[in-house]
Design a protein around this ligand. Sequence first.
Ligand SMILES: CC(C)(COP(=O)(O)OP(=O)(O)OC[C@H]1O[C@@H](n2cnc3c(N)ncnc32)[C@H](O)[C@@H]1OP(=O)(O)O)[C@@H](O)C(=O)NCCC(=O)NCCS
Length: 170
Amino acid sequence: MGRFIMQTIFALRLFRPDDLEKVMHINKLCLPENYSSLFFMDLYERFPETFVVAEEDGEVVGYVMCRIETPFPGGGLLGIARKGHVISIAVLSSYRRHGVGSALMKKAMQAMIEYDAKECVLEVRASNTAGVSLYRKMGFNVKRTIRGYYADGETASVMAKKLLATPAEI
Ligand SMILES: CC(C)(COP(=O)(O)OP(=O)(O)OC[C@H]1O[C@@H](n2cnc3c(N)ncnc32)[C@H](O)[C@@H]1OP(=O)(O)O)[C@@H](O)C(=O)NCCC(=O)NCCS
Protein backbone atom coordinates (compact mmCIF):
# COMPACT_ATOMS: atom_id res chain seq x y z
CA MET A 1 0.00 0.00 0.00
CA GLY A 2 1.36 3.44 -0.94
CA ARG A 3 2.14 6.06 1.71
CA PHE A 4 -0.87 8.23 2.51
CA ILE A 5 0.03 11.83 1.73
CA MET A 6 -1.99 14.32 3.76
CA GLN A 7 -2.87 17.45 1.82
CA THR A 8 -2.13 20.42 4.06
CA ILE A 9 -2.03 24.07 3.32
CA PHE A 10 0.15 26.36 5.33
CA ALA A 11 1.36 29.87 4.70
CA LEU A 12 4.60 31.56 5.67
CA ARG A 13 4.87 35.19 6.64
CA LEU A 14 7.20 37.41 8.63
CA PHE A 15 6.78 37.53 12.41
CA ARG A 16 4.77 40.45 13.77
CA PRO A 17 4.93 41.72 17.37
CA ASP A 18 1.38 40.47 18.01
CA ASP A 19 2.63 36.90 17.33
CA LEU A 20 5.00 37.09 20.31
CA GLU A 21 2.77 35.33 22.84
CA LYS A 22 1.96 32.45 20.47
CA VAL A 23 5.58 32.04 19.37
CA MET A 24 6.79 31.98 22.99
CA HIS A 25 4.10 29.41 23.76
CA ILE A 26 5.23 27.16 20.88
CA ASN A 27 8.85 27.59 22.00
CA LYS A 28 7.98 26.47 25.55
CA LEU A 29 5.93 23.49 24.34
CA CYS A 30 8.57 22.25 21.90
CA LEU A 31 12.01 23.07 23.29
CA PRO A 32 13.81 23.21 26.63
CA GLU A 33 15.69 26.32 25.48
CA ASN A 34 13.36 29.23 26.27
CA TYR A 35 14.02 32.94 26.06
CA SER A 36 12.65 36.22 27.42
CA SER A 37 10.24 38.34 25.38
CA LEU A 38 13.03 40.94 25.15
CA PHE A 39 15.29 38.38 23.46
CA PHE A 40 12.63 37.51 20.85
CA MET A 41 11.85 41.19 20.20
CA ASP A 42 15.53 42.12 19.94
CA LEU A 43 16.08 39.54 17.18
CA TYR A 44 12.88 40.67 15.44
CA GLU A 45 13.98 44.31 15.52
CA ARG A 46 17.51 43.59 14.27
CA PHE A 47 16.76 40.84 11.74
CA PRO A 48 13.05 41.01 10.86
CA GLU A 49 13.42 39.15 7.55
CA THR A 50 14.77 35.97 9.17
CA PHE A 51 12.01 35.75 11.79
CA VAL A 52 9.32 33.78 9.98
CA VAL A 53 6.11 32.12 11.15
CA ALA A 54 3.96 29.42 9.55
CA GLU A 55 0.19 29.63 9.75
CA GLU A 56 -2.19 26.73 9.31
CA ASP A 57 -5.93 26.75 10.02
CA GLY A 58 -5.54 30.50 10.67
CA GLU A 59 -3.16 29.87 13.61
CA VAL A 60 0.58 30.23 14.04
CA VAL A 61 1.90 26.64 14.18
CA GLY A 62 5.63 27.18 13.86
CA TYR A 63 8.41 29.73 13.71
CA VAL A 64 12.08 30.19 12.95
CA MET A 65 14.16 32.95 14.51
CA CYS A 66 17.72 33.78 13.46
CA ARG A 67 20.62 36.17 13.96
CA ILE A 68 23.04 37.50 11.36
CA GLU A 69 26.62 37.36 12.66
CA THR A 70 29.08 39.77 11.12
CA PRO A 71 32.83 39.12 11.45
CA PHE A 72 35.05 41.82 12.87
CA PRO A 73 36.29 44.43 10.34
CA GLY A 74 38.70 42.72 7.96
CA GLY A 75 37.39 39.29 8.93
CA GLY A 76 36.21 38.81 5.37
CA LEU A 77 39.81 39.03 4.19
CA LEU A 78 40.70 36.18 6.56
CA GLY A 79 37.94 34.09 5.07
CA ILE A 80 35.56 34.66 7.99
CA ALA A 81 32.28 35.26 6.26
CA ARG A 82 29.03 36.70 7.53
CA LYS A 83 26.81 33.92 8.83
CA GLY A 84 23.13 33.37 9.40
CA HIS A 85 22.63 31.58 12.72
CA VAL A 86 19.37 29.73 13.36
CA ILE A 87 18.62 30.48 17.02
CA SER A 88 15.33 28.63 17.38
CA ILE A 89 12.90 26.69 15.20
CA ALA A 90 9.83 24.72 16.25
CA VAL A 91 6.61 23.38 14.79
CA LEU A 92 3.65 22.29 16.98
CA SER A 93 3.66 18.50 17.22
CA SER A 94 0.34 17.93 15.42
CA TYR A 95 1.55 19.96 12.43
CA ARG A 96 4.87 18.17 11.95
CA ARG A 97 5.95 16.11 8.92
CA HIS A 98 3.93 18.35 6.57
CA GLY A 99 6.97 20.24 5.29
CA VAL A 100 6.49 23.24 7.60
CA GLY A 101 9.94 23.00 9.21
CA SER A 102 11.69 22.73 5.82
CA ALA A 103 9.69 25.65 4.42
CA LEU A 104 10.57 27.83 7.44
CA MET A 105 14.27 26.96 7.05
CA LYS A 106 14.20 27.67 3.33
CA LYS A 107 12.55 31.07 3.79
CA ALA A 108 15.00 32.02 6.55
CA MET A 109 18.00 30.99 4.41
CA GLN A 110 16.71 33.02 1.45
CA ALA A 111 16.50 36.05 3.75
CA MET A 112 20.03 35.32 5.08
CA ILE A 113 21.32 35.66 1.50
CA GLU A 114 19.58 39.04 1.25
CA TYR A 115 21.51 40.00 4.44
CA ASP A 116 24.66 38.89 2.56
CA ALA A 117 25.32 35.83 4.73
CA LYS A 118 27.52 33.19 3.09
CA GLU A 119 26.74 30.30 5.39
CA CYS A 120 23.89 29.11 7.59
CA VAL A 121 24.89 27.60 10.96
CA LEU A 122 23.00 26.11 13.88
CA GLU A 123 23.39 23.96 16.96
CA VAL A 124 21.26 20.88 17.47
CA ARG A 125 21.19 18.30 20.25
CA ALA A 126 22.99 15.19 19.08
CA SER A 127 19.91 13.18 20.22
CA ASN A 128 17.44 15.31 18.22
CA THR A 129 16.67 12.86 15.40
CA ALA A 130 13.98 15.07 13.85
CA GLY A 131 16.19 18.16 13.84
CA VAL A 132 19.33 16.41 12.58
CA SER A 133 17.31 14.61 9.84
CA LEU A 134 15.66 17.84 8.72
CA TYR A 135 18.99 19.66 8.46
CA ARG A 136 20.75 16.77 6.72
CA LYS A 137 17.94 16.56 4.20
CA MET A 138 18.43 20.28 3.53
CA GLY A 139 22.16 19.83 2.85
CA PHE A 140 23.66 20.67 6.24
CA ASN A 141 26.73 18.81 7.51
CA VAL A 142 28.07 18.45 11.05
CA LYS A 143 31.14 20.70 11.36
CA ARG A 144 32.01 19.96 14.98
CA THR A 145 30.51 19.08 18.33
CA ILE A 146 30.47 21.10 21.56
CA ARG A 147 30.38 19.00 24.72
CA GLY A 148 28.17 20.33 27.49
CA TYR A 149 26.69 23.04 25.27
CA TYR A 150 23.17 22.67 26.65
CA ALA A 151 22.15 23.50 30.23
CA ASP A 152 21.54 19.80 31.00
CA GLY A 153 25.03 18.90 29.77
CA GLU A 154 24.07 17.43 26.39
CA THR A 155 26.44 17.73 23.45
CA ALA A 156 25.55 20.03 20.54
CA SER A 157 26.30 19.23 16.94
CA VAL A 158 27.20 22.37 15.03
CA MET A 159 25.73 21.97 11.56
CA ALA A 160 26.35 24.27 8.59
CA LYS A 161 25.39 24.77 4.98
CA LYS A 162 26.96 27.14 2.47
CA LEU A 163 24.51 29.64 1.04
CA LEU A 164 24.60 29.99 -2.71
CA ALA A 165 24.57 33.33 -4.46
CA THR A 166 20.88 33.80 -5.10
CA PRO A 167 17.86 33.08 -2.87
CA ALA A 168 16.23 31.11 -5.72
CA GLU A 169 19.02 28.50 -5.47
CA ILE A 170 18.14 27.43 -1.89
C1 LIG B 1 12.57 19.72 13.88
C2 LIG B 1 11.17 20.21 13.47
C3 LIG B 1 11.18 21.75 13.43
C4 LIG B 1 10.84 19.66 12.07
O1 LIG B 1 9.61 20.24 11.64
P1 LIG B 1 8.65 19.53 10.58
O2 LIG B 1 7.64 20.52 10.15
O3 LIG B 1 8.16 18.23 11.09
O4 LIG B 1 9.70 19.25 9.38
P2 LIG B 1 9.38 18.75 7.90
O5 LIG B 1 7.98 18.22 7.79
O6 LIG B 1 9.74 19.85 6.97
O7 LIG B 1 10.42 17.55 7.75
C5 LIG B 1 11.35 17.51 6.71
C6 LIG B 1 12.18 16.26 6.81
O8 LIG B 1 12.92 16.23 8.03
C7 LIG B 1 13.04 14.86 8.47
N1 LIG B 1 12.31 14.68 9.72
C8 LIG B 1 11.47 15.55 10.33
N2 LIG B 1 11.01 15.04 11.48
C9 LIG B 1 11.56 13.81 11.59
C10 LIG B 1 11.47 12.78 12.57
N3 LIG B 1 10.69 12.91 13.67
N4 LIG B 1 12.19 11.66 12.40
C11 LIG B 1 12.96 11.50 11.31
N5 LIG B 1 13.08 12.44 10.32
C12 LIG B 1 12.39 13.58 10.48
C13 LIG B 1 12.40 14.03 7.38
O9 LIG B 1 13.42 13.71 6.44
C14 LIG B 1 11.39 14.98 6.80
O10 LIG B 1 11.02 14.66 5.49
P3 LIG B 1 9.82 13.59 5.24
O11 LIG B 1 8.67 13.96 6.12
O12 LIG B 1 9.52 13.74 3.78
O13 LIG B 1 10.40 12.25 5.61
C15 LIG B 1 10.08 19.68 14.46
O14 LIG B 1 10.24 18.29 14.61
C16 LIG B 1 10.11 20.33 15.82
O15 LIG B 1 9.54 21.41 16.04
N6 LIG B 1 10.80 19.68 16.79
C17 LIG B 1 10.87 20.20 18.17
C18 LIG B 1 11.73 21.44 18.23
C19 LIG B 1 13.13 21.16 17.70
O16 LIG B 1 13.71 20.13 17.95
N7 LIG B 1 13.69 22.14 16.98
C20 LIG B 1 15.03 22.04 16.44
C21 LIG B 1 16.01 22.43 17.46
S1 LIG B 1 17.65 22.55 16.76
